[in-house]
Design a protein. Structure first.
Length: 733
């Protein structure tokens, strides 16, 4: 803001664009406003008008053509657009008036203040500048004034609108009109706006000072990584998609300088939560709501720990609806339900047949059968040639010997299982999990928790999962409801989605920071208490805390913005996971750094430590990289570490090529030099490029490469602006 204050210091007048500068819409494009109107337009027209958006766009285009060709006008009014709309469709006047009113009403429903623009307006007013608003818009000044007032924007002197003056910013004539009307000269004015032509190059060429605030949505799609991931939404999207990613755009890219970084997260866990992982959780929550309402579910039980963040987002977005099921958070785990279901020798033998990872034998019987070390007498182990509780076993351990040890411990196993089953059933009854029309929510995949709850009394319980695999069919009988958001009953090896290829990464970010739930047990008074395991991982706790704060902020923002929808928000799994999927497969090293040193916790797996991304000091050790959970993230960080371990001379030579000018930008086909036409233009630009690469800081050089015109016109140095105005701009092709 200090840069802006310096820029307007010598100006007497500051002019502001309105839409996407002082106010913004909660959708990705202005055309999405017309999509938002379609259902109501069908109702108003008694079903006569379908595909309203297409006809509305066509009517505006034809009205502009008539205005320019027949009258020499540079813009049209809303009334003229709807006159053409009426002519095209031959519909009664009574419909036209109502639809026109609906458009104004819808604009009010989607408009919010743009914080950076509103702050600049306040600065200009506080510094005593004359402030005027200028808009290329078919709405009237009165209608725009109402929109501004509704979001608390005031204090300006006047509004000039192209539809009333019949001159536009894009053509430059609206600026001339204001200069003449107020007796100004161009250098007295600084203009603020979002459009690269009407708000930037046109006024700049007139000598007006300019500050461009790119639309947040434009910045979103121009980002190398996030923009690449979301590119399909440019061609096809739903209204819910539009609301979600418009919210993401404003939450991350609304402030100048927040874009242009080659990273999904820039190493910021809050941004990761808001823009990368948040849409995935929002989409999953929206699907749960839709399916639960369709199925008539009355109570939803989000299971610990993977269900915590989903529950919080679900409540923020959907608790406001009258048909929303009651939301509960229930502590459960594979270990707790597995032990509680042990009822005899057959179930003991079934557990013994499961794969065994490298683990101490005492811990094996603890995690698989719930036994404490005091329940495993050393004499029993020694009778079978096992010297201590810390004796390690694994896949090659004699299964017959293990079975005999377990059978010798059968009485203790059944006693512990009976006590845990009684406590778990008591907890389920207290939480009403066994009530009809209830469902559990979990990440997936085989329906084991649902099967366990069913065997313990909740016979009709449904399951809503992020994904289910084909193993669900062997765990649940036909007729049991077990639905998956990403996939349903799929073969894991054939699932191309990250939940199939990077399952442990998904589990790590779904899992809340609370300790591992071990079991329920009854205290001396008969009350049921929860028992948690000790697993301290400060790196993971910090990441989860900050990332989840970003997710919850996204859900809160979206809850406010989605009020304009006629039906509850719904995001399909593909757009919901677009960014997170790319984050996993093509991360920058700053993205990988988020998970550096974060341990992967699997209480039912081997007890060796594995990292999602190994600590930086160990990242080049082969044993660590081979064991890493997230291979792509590990490679990205390892590559960065290797580059920074080069000898100084090599790194210095390399930095000239990479730090100042990324390969994408210094490709000869993308430099300003090749865009010139005549020999003298190429000479000027070659010299200019050499000086820029030699003397500019990296950030400034990237700005010069990205948009040469904006670099010069937006410069704080008058000599740079004058060079471009009187000389440099003529060197462009």
């Amino acid at each position: 803001m200090e840069d802006f204050r310096a820029k307007i210091a010598t100006a007497s007048t500051v002019t502001f664009d309105v839409f996407d500068t002082l106010i913004a819409r909660t959708v990705l494009s202005p055309g999405d406003v017309f999509t938002l109107m379609e259902e109501r337009v069908r109702e108003i027209s008694d079903g006569l008008i379908v595909d309203f958006r297409r006809f509305r766009v066509q009517a505006e285009s034809r009205a502009r053509e008539i205005a320019r060709n027949d009258f020499g006008y540079q813009d049209v009014t809303l009334a003229e657009i709807y006159a053409e709309f009426k002519s095209m469709l031959d519909i009664p006047d009574e419909y036209i008036g109502k639809i026109c009113d609906l458009e104004i009403e819808t604009e009010h429903a989607v408009v919010i203040p743009r914080a950076i623009g509103a702050d600049m307006l306040r600065v200009a007013l506080r510094d005593g500048k004359d402030v005027m608003l200028i808009s290329d818009m078919y709405l009237s000044a009165s209608q725009i004034r109402d929109l501004l007032a509704a979001v608390g924007i005031s204090g300006y002197e006047a509004i000039y609108v192209s539809s009333e003056i019949r001159k536009s910013k894009k053509e430059g004539d609206l600026f001339d009109y204001i200069i003449q009307r107020h007796g100004l000269v161009a250098t007295d004015i600084v203009h603020v706006g979002d459009n690269a032509i009407g708000d930037f190059s046109v006024p700049a060429h007139k000598g007006i000072g300019v500050t461009r605030l790119r639309r947040a949505e434009e910045a979103l799609f121009s980002e190398k990584r996030i923009g690449m991931a979301l590119a399909p939404l440019k061609k096809s999207r739903t209204l819910s998609d539009s609301l979600l990613f418009s919210t993401v755009a404003r939450g991350v890219f609304d402030t100048p300088g927040s874009e242009g970084l080659d990273s999904f997260s820039t190493g910021d866990p809050v941004r990761f939560g808001y823009a990368v992982f948040g849409p995935t959780i929002v989409g999953f929550a929206s699907w749960i709501y839709r399916e639960a309402v369709r199925d008539g579910v009355k109570d939803l039980y989000f299971l610990s720990r993977d269900g915590w963040i989903v529950k919080e987002v679900f409540s923020l977005l959907f608790a406001k609806y009258s048909d929303c099921p009651k939301v509960h958070y229930f502590h459960a785990s594979r270990r707790a339900t597995r032990v509680a279901q042990i009822s005899g020798r057959a179930s003991i033998l079934k557990i013994l047949a499961l794969p065994i990872y490298s683990i101490e034998i005492g811990r094996y019987f603890e995690t698989r059968f719930g036994l404490r070390l005091s329940d495993i007498p050393l004499e029993v182990l020694r009778a079978h040639g096992v010297s201590s509780h810390s004796h390690r076993i694994g896949a090659k351990f004699d299964r017959e010997k293990l079975k005999n040890i377990a059978l010798d411990l059968e009485v203790n196993i059944l006693r512990v299982a009976r006590a845990e089953r009684q406590a778990l059933c008591k907890a389920m009854e207290k939480a009403r999990v066994i009530s009809p029309y209830s469902a559990i929510v979990d990440i997936g995949y085989a329906g084991t928790m649902q099967s366990a709850f069913s065997s313990l009394g909740a016979k009709d319980i449904r399951g809503y999962y992020f994904a289910t695999f084909d193993s669900v069919f062997s765990n649940l009988p036909p007729g049991k409801v077990a639905k998956g958001y990403i996939c349903e009953g799929a073969t894991p090896d054939q699932v191309r989605h990250g939940i199939g290829t990077h399952r442990f990464v998904y589990e790590s970010v779904f899992c809340s920071r609370e300790g591992t739930f071990i079991r329920y047990e009854e205290d001396e008074s008969g009350d049921v208490i929860k028992v948690f395991g000790q697993h301290e991982d400060r790196a993971r706790e910090k990441l989860v805390d900050l990332a989840y704060s970003g997710v919850l902020r996204l859900a809160s923002d979206l809850s406010q913005h989605s009020k304009c929808l006629s039906s509850p928000l719904y995001i399909d799994s593909r757009p919901a996971t677009m960014v997170f999927e790319k984050f996993i497969t093509v991360p920058a090293h700053t993205d990988a750094m988020l998970f550096e040193g974060v341990k992967f916790e699997d209480s039912m797996g081997p007890d060796t430590i594995r990292y999602l991304v190994p600590p930086t000091e160990k990242i080049l050790e082969k044993s660590m990289t081979d064991a890493a959970i997230w291979a792509e993230g590990t490679r990205a960080l390892a590559g960065h570490v290797k580059r920074n371990q080069m000898p100084n001379s090599t790194r210095s030579e390399r930095s000239v090529k990479t730090n100042h000018a990324p390969a994408r930008l210094t490709d000869p086909q993308h430099t300003p030099v090749v865009k010139a036409a005549a020999w003298w233009q190429k000479g000027i630009l070659a010299a200019e490029y050499y000086l820029a690469s030699k003397f500019l800081a990296e950030r400034k050089f990237k700005k010069y490469i990205r948009d040469r015109e904006i670099f010069f016109v937006d410069s704080r140095k008058e000599v740079m602006r004058k060079y471009y105005r009187y000389f440099g701009r003529f060197a462009a092709a």
